[in-house]
Design a protein around this ligand. Structure first.
Ligand SMILES: [Cu+2]
Length: 649
């Protein structure tokens, strides 16, 4: 550590005096221990901090200089990464990138200034210690005190505790990628599908899935875990106490290894005031999805003296946990029934739809929602023939039989498309999608008839349709059938249109979207990015390999950034799973088209079949980790080292 200059010492002393003994240089002790974990449904040994399965909460103040002594009581090495904290890179806690790890029986001392406020968390970045239990919470009080005044302030830290330890889970996934997929469909499902879709259709869907060795239920690749709130299952019932009409702040943290949760508190609105530690303009919602490693702070105001349930349901609807808000201990909120399992759809395949930028475009009224098919580009069998694909369900005479989706094509040329007349059939047979451009040219499109068949209700033109030229489009006819009303489909923006993963609130109300997040205070001035780095999220599900641009960590060169530049990252998810991407050391500004009001995050979830942009002000010298925060995806190779060159040493 650099010696503190005299003047600074004096200032510090003065500040100490002014704050009436409040410490601006705190020392904290954390021990890493082998512990017994009682997950309610099962007991196991695992790893915990300070000897406990209920997460340790570290409370800091913005501006404080912290010293954290981490004593490793394990018989193996360990590490602590301060997730979302902007720290000097030697303090970031990633073995092999920022330091050498903490040897058994030794104490490592972290020291860094706290330059931010908000809710964060910490976890081991060694092996599978984090899935085995090594995580805690961090709450940092802003310099001037909390901006939102509340009477109660609780950390609500979620996890997915598995009866198997992390290394065993990973071994089993490597052996058979669907080892933990209990949601595989049965003969009964086939009979039900047949009733709904007709036997032929059902069989064809089956055959397609079979060929691709994928399931429409492949939403969670590790199931059979016990979800916990602050280390407690539903029966153990973690409870936050309140008095009616008090304002309650919940700091939701998802510390799961693999599980996205949909969180709601039936009977209460949640006002989101912070995302990933950064204040956002308040937005009231009925439910929100919290990706692995994200945090959301919400404010509630329960008026009635009764127990409310805090319900966290896994995205794949294979597990649920209930905690409570209650006027006294011993009362529990209701446990609702788990909602039906969503199924992946064609839109969630990502890779196969390469040529069509699914990021924001819906092929006008095409409804893929009933189509159950999924794959990754790399595992797509070559013998797949779309000409026999039965789309009879919702497709009303649409013919894609000659649709050419070969190559790298991004152009959609509708020039020969004739929608005149009164017909309901839309024939794309001459649709040519070759070429390299993103432009969609409708210039010769004749819509003079009554184009009843074109339903653009789910079409979202806000992002990737920039090249679309409608200038010469003849709209003189009766466009009565064209419906743009539901354009910004509320939360559709960050899901492929027709995705089976698009969440909806249990009570039919408002579900939070990334699109709703507006920074309360811009952290950076808005300026154009210097360059764009494309990161395709790729994988081979069968072999349980997860990668970036088709290359796994071991074989990849680091990403090199220049200090002072602003970089734009383009994430293209070509897999059928969601990936929460986490950049260490620097912020990720999520591009929602709001300029300087774009939300600032440390973890950004990329849903299957979507393209998402983030930007980063490269303001931290050193070496950093950049990875998917699903533990087993990171371990399997969806991980990169980032080197920032230049800047202060
Ligand atoms: Cu991390």
């Amino acid at each position: 550590m650099k010696p503190i200059p005299l003047l600074k010492t004096a200032v510090l002393a003065a500040a100490l005096a002014l704050s009436g003994g409040m410490t601006l240089a705190g020392t904290y002790n954390v021990s890493v221990d082998r512990i017994r974990i009682d997950a309610g449904e099962f007991k196991k040994t695992g790893i915990g901090y300070n000897g406990s399965q209920s997460p340790t909460v570290l409370r800091f103040k913005e501006g404080e200089q912290v010293t954290i002594n981490v004593k490793n009581n394990l018989r193996e090495s360990t590490s602590i990464h301060w997730h979302g904290l902007i720290v000097p890179f030697r303090q970031d806690g990633v073995p092999g990138i920022s330091f050498n790890g903490i040897k058994p029986g030794t104490t490592f001392t972290y020291q860094f200034p706290i330059k931010q406020a908000g809710t964060y968390w910490f976890h081991s970045h060694t092996g599978f210690q984090e899935p085995d239990g090594a995580f805690g919470a961090i709450v940092i009080e802003p310099k001037g005190g909390e901006t939102v005044r509340v009477q109660r302030d609780y950390v609500v830290q979620l996890t997915d505790k598995h009866p198997h330890n992390g290394s065993r889970v990973f071994r089993n996934l490597k052996m058979s990628a669907d080892y933990y997929n209990r949601a595989q469909r049965t003969l009964e499902d086939l009979v039900r599908d047949s009733r709904e879709d007709g036997f032929k259709q059902a069989l064809q869907n089956r055959a397609m899935w079979g060929k691709m060795r994928m399931m429409p239920t492949d939403i969670e690749d590790v199931q059979g875990f016990a979800p916990l709130i602050n280390g407690m299952g539903t029966q153990q019932n973690w409870t936050g106490i309140f008095k009616p009409s008090e304002k309650v702040r919940l700091r939701l943290i998802n510390s799961s290894a693999m599980t996205y949760f949909d969180v709601r508190i039936p009977g209460l609105k949640m006002t989101v005031v912070q995302a990933d530690g950064n204040d956002v303009k308040p937005v009231a919602v009925d439910e929100l999805r919290i990706s692995v490693a994200e945090t959301y702070d919400v404010i509630l105001q329960p008026r009635e003296a009764k127990a409310y349930g805090i319900i966290a349901e896994s995205m794949g609807r294979t597990a649920m946990v209930r905690g409570s808000l209650s006027p006294t201990q011993g009362y529990a909120g209701l446990v609702p029934r788990m909602r039906p399992q969503p199924l992946l759809t064609m839109a969630d395949m990502g890779g196969m739809m390469d040529g069509m930028d699914m990021g924001g475009m819906d092929m006008g009224g095409m409804d893929h929602s009933a189509m159950t098919m999924s794959s990754q580009s790399s595992t797509m069998p070559e013998d797949m023939d779309h000409s026999k694909m039965d789309m009879s369900g919702d497709m009303e005479g649409m013919d894609h039989s000659k649709m050419d989706m070969s190559g790298d094509t991004k152009a959609v040329d509708h020039s020969k498309m004739d929608i005149s007349g009164d017909t309901k059939a839309v024939d794309h047979s001459k649709m040519d999608m070759s070429g390299d451009t993103k432009a969609v040219d409708h210039s010769k499109m004749d819509m003079s008839g009554s184009a009843k068949a074109v339903d653009h209700s789910k079409m979202d033109m806000s992002r990737s349709m920039k090249g679309m030229d409608h200038s010469k489009m003849d709209m003189s006819g009766g466009m009565a059938g064209m419906n743009h009303s539901a354009r910004d489909s509320k939360i559709g923006e960050f899901y492929a249109p027709g995705s089976g993963l698009i969440p909806s609130a249990a009570n039919g109300g408002k579900f939070l979207s990334y699109n709703d997040l507006k920074a309360a205070r811009p952290l950076y001035r808005d300026r154009p990015a210097t360059r764009t780095i494309e990161l395709r999220l790729t994988g081979n599900m069968e072999r349980y390999i997860w990668s970036i641009n088709g290359v796994k960590m071991d074989d990849a060169a680091p990403i090199r950034l220049k200090y002072g530049e602003r970089v734009r990252f383009k994430f293209i998810n070509e897999t059928m799973m969601s990936h929460p991407m986490h950049l260490h050391g620097m912020w990720s500004i999520l591009d929602t088209g709001k300029g300087k009001w774009d939300p600032i995050k440390h973890t950004v979830s990329i849903a299957p079949g979507t393209t998402v942009y983030t930007e980063t002000e490269v303001d931290a010298t050193g070496q950093w980790a950049f990875h998917c925060h699903l533990s087993y995806h990171a371990e399997a190779g969806m991980f990169r080292k980032v080197i920032v060159e230049g800047g202060p040493a």
